[in-house]
Write a protein that binds this ligand. Structure first.
Ligand SMILES: CC(C)(COP(=O)(O)OP(=O)(O)OC[C@H]1O[C@@H](n2cnc3c(N)ncnc32)[C@H](O)[C@@H]1OP(=O)(O)O)[C@@H](O)C(=O)NCCC(=O)NCCS
Length: 139
């Protein structure tokens, strides 16, 4: 199930997952994201938050995914794909950046129909290139 941030318990789970994936030093980014971007949550059958996506969207439906992650205990179950499919369904175009060596995320995006449009050298620090990927709604 895809949901908005609805309760303190949702926030507690989001905080835990974000901290586990990216580390405590990035929690200020979480706070900033919650203030500035849209958020969709993936929830399990028991209504527990298991993952999130942050995205910006303009009035034409052009969307930039700024952050995305699934609780390590709930990976490989389709929740990540569910979140990205949800964002595509409410967009005309979706773009994102991904670390070149993040094969799990790249394969997920490619499976949904994202194409690589640009490589940015050292985007994630020296020696860590980034890929820009794009999905477009078929007309
Ligand atoms: C990338 C991530 C979000 C995937 O979430 P997930 O819920 O486990 O992914 P799904 O179960 O929906 O998988 C969908 C498809 O993605 C691909 N995929 C997912 N995990 C994969 C892995 N470990 N290795 C290779 N492909 C993988 C597969 O094609 C999979 O389809 P399949 O199950 O039919 O083979 C998760 O691994 C994660 O949170 N990683 C850390 C944060 C991160 O990298 N975020 C992305 C930043 S750009």
């Amino acid at each position: 199930m895809i949901s908005e941030l609805e309760s303190q318990e949702d926030f507690r789970r989001l905080f835990t997952i974000f901290n586990e994936i990216w580390g405590a030093e990035t929690l200020s980014e979480l706070i900033s994201s919650l203030q500035n971007t849209k958020c969709a949550l993936a929830k399990s059958d028991t209504n527990e938050v298991v993952g999130y996506v942050f995205y910006d969207q303009d009035e034409r439906g052009f969307t930039e995914i700024t952050d995305f992650g699934i609780d390590p205990n709930f990976r490989g179950l389709g929740y990540g794909a569910d979140l990205i499919v949800f964002v595509c369904a409410i967009s005309t175009e979706v773009r994102l950046s991904v670390k070149e060596d993040n094969m799990a995320a790249r394969q997920l995006y490619e499976k949904i129909g994202f194409k690589e449009i640009q490589r940015i050298e050292n985007y994630y620090g020296v020696g860590f290139d980034g890929l820009r990927m794009e999905w477009k709604k078929e007309v």
